[in-house]
Design a protein around this ligand. Structure first.
Ligand code: NAD
Length: 525
């Protein structure tokens, strides 16, 4: 059973998911040296932000396959060191999107109706109804800079309040924006047309001081600004100047360039500025979903599946996830199957993504195939994370192409293997959510690639199937399914048997002594 070490408090819901995946030890008392001393016994490590998972710590985790971060930022984890060792790093980036989006909407309404100012006025004994005449958000234009997870959640909520929503995001597609009722525009157009601008970008070199005095001057006079993304994306002195000059009518900030915000900061005293202490993600639900989301990622990684949010593996867009997930299992199993069937040296692999697979980003499936191909013969553990590195080291060549047609299937993953002498063809598809191999070494078959299998390459003749069944039965190996593909009656054939237990080398050798059997190969998936 896999062992999972949890070094910081995560929600009970998350722990429950982890307990389904392995034996969980919650140790909140470990300092660095105690962590290093104990980590060698564990397959998974789950942290929040306080545990520093350095190169040294990672090196001590000789069995470690996955590191989970219950939250978004992974600044406390040396991701490169994890990648080099094939350790998957998973996080929980979607867990707080709704919390931050709801806070953004709260700040929007607070700006529109001067809620903090009205509250303070009433608390000071005044009853100033006419001073607090606000404005309605309905019909106003909201400009979102960044239309990722949080920006999209804000857009959906703003649309429900009958706002027009513009967004500037160089990565998001027009289709995605249209889907959620957002008009994608250039930054300058967004600045000029928006009544309220809200930032939802990461802090990068390109986004540092994105709203500086120049860009603030391009905003509509009397517009509003909200920042619940990261401090540093807004030039705070320029913002104060814009509020003083009336260029901006108000602003609301959850994040600051220096946190905690010093108590003498001028940002705390400006009457048009609403400030809250970085509470965007601070909801009970977000804490629970951070725990559950990271636990699901850790459980997936331990079971050999591809986790949804892996920091050091390719990102799968939410809309592609449903299509891709079963193909990831298919790709890995096809890779493992092929690597066990090939006896000649391989020159190259050619992948073809057909039908529905041609519509999505297939990089994760390619990595899954590579992982499967390399896993059996690698001294180090192969995961989608280090598969490209290992492939490069071993000179494994893999080409890829897409094709819109998938015969009668929704999608097909085709792997052509070129060896010194031959070309071998394998195809797989997904039926009712399960991976199926529908062509093996050129023969049409249909089986689910899992568990122990027996492949016999033979000449078709009466009694062949019975003979193999009898030999397996004599060795107490139970057959759970049988699939035969042949080129013509009494011609070359392939039989695939799915087994309850693997056939021993002695049984395989015995089967191969039979006339007309060319090869009998045991495969374990
Ligand atoms: P995300 O990665 O899903 O989305 C970020 C989007 O920004 C992406 O679509 C990206 O294409 C876009 N982007 C990148 N550079 C850009 C640029 N120069 N101009 C315009 N768009 C650009 O991330 P998310 O989960 O939506 O988070 C957004 C931000 O919110 C992050 O900075 C995150 O750290 C912050 N955040 C804040 C809190 C809080 O407590 N206030 C909590 C969680 C996240």
């Amino acid at each position: 059973m896999d062992r999972i070490l949890v070094t910081e408090k995560i929600a009970d819901e998350g722990l429950a998911v982890l307990r389904q995946a392995g034996a969980v030890d919650v140790r909140l008392d470990l300092d660095k040296s105690a962590l290093i001393a104990t980590l060698g016994d564990y397959d998974a490590l789950v942290v929040r932000s306080a545990t520093k998972v350095t190169t040294e710590v990672i090196a001590a985790g000789s069995r470690l396959r996955v590191i989970g971060r219950a939250g978004t930022g992974v600044d406390n984890i040396d991701v490169d060191a994890a990648t080099a060792r094939g350790i998957i790093v998973v996080n929980a980036p979607a867990s707080n999107s709704v919390a931050v989006a709801e806070l953004t909407i709260g700040l929007l309404i607070a700006l529109a109706r001067s809620l903090p100012q009205a509250h303070a006025s009433l608390q000071s004994g005044k009853w100033e109804r006419s001073k607090f005449v606000g404005w309605e958000v309905r019909g106003k234009t909201l400009g979102l800079i960044g239309l990722g997870r949080i920006g999209s959640e804000v857009a959906v909520r703003a649309r429900a309040m009958e706002m027009a929503v513009l967004a500037y995001d160089p990565v998001v597609s027009l289709d995605r924006a249209e889907q959620i009722g957002v008009e994608l525009v250039a930054l300058d157009e967004l600045l000029a047309r928006s009544d309220v601008i809200s930032l939802h970008v990461p802090l990068l070199e390109a986004t540092r001081n994105l709203l500086d005095s120049d860009n603030l001057a391009k905003m509509k006079r009397g517009a509003y600004l909200i920042n619940a993304s990261r401090g540093g994306t807004v030039d705070e002195s320029a913002l104060l100047a814009a509020l003083d000059s009336g260029q901006l009518a108000g602003a609301a900030l959850d994040v600051f360039s220096s946190e905690p915000l010093p108590s003498d900061s001028p940002l705390l005293r400006h009457p048009k500025l609403i400030t809250v202490p970085h509470i965007g993600a601070s909801t009970a639900e977000a804490q629970i979903s951070a725990g559950s989301e990271v636990a699901e990622g850790v459980a997936a990684a331990l079971s050999g599946a591809t986790p949804r949010y892996a920091v050091n593996a390719p990102f799968v867009a939410p809309e592609a996830w449903g299509v891709l997930q079963p193909y990831l299992t298919l790709g890995r199993q096809m890779g493992r199957l092929i690597s066990q069937l090939m006896s000649d040296p391989v020159r190259s692999y050619d992948l073809e993504f057909r039908g529905e697979l041609a519509q999505v980003d297939t990089q994760p499936v390619k990595l899954a195939v590579l992982e499967g191909l390399l896993a059996a013969n690698s001294p180090v553990r192969v995961t989608p994370v280090n598969a490209p590195l290992i492939a490069r080291e071993r000179g494994v060549r893999l080409t890829e192409r897409t094709h819109p047609d998938a015969e009668s299937y929704a999608g097909l993953l085709v792997v052509r293997v070129q060896t010194a002498e031959h070309e071998h063809l394998f195809s797989g598809t997904v039926l009712r959510g399960e991976p199926h191999i529908v062509q093996a070494d050129g023969y049409f078959v249909d089986f689910i690639p899992q568990g122990p299998l027996l492949f016999t390459y033979h000449r078709d003749r009466p009694g062949m199937i019975g003979m193999v069944g009898t030999l397996l039965g004599g060795a107490d190996v139970n057959i759970s399914g049988m699939y035969v593909g042949r080129l013509a009656p009494r011609a070359q054939s392939l039989m695939v048997l799915t087994l309850d237990e693997p056939a021993s080398p002695a049984v395989l050798a015995r089967i191969e002594t039979e006339e007309d059997i060319e090869r009998a190969i045991g495969v374990v998936l």
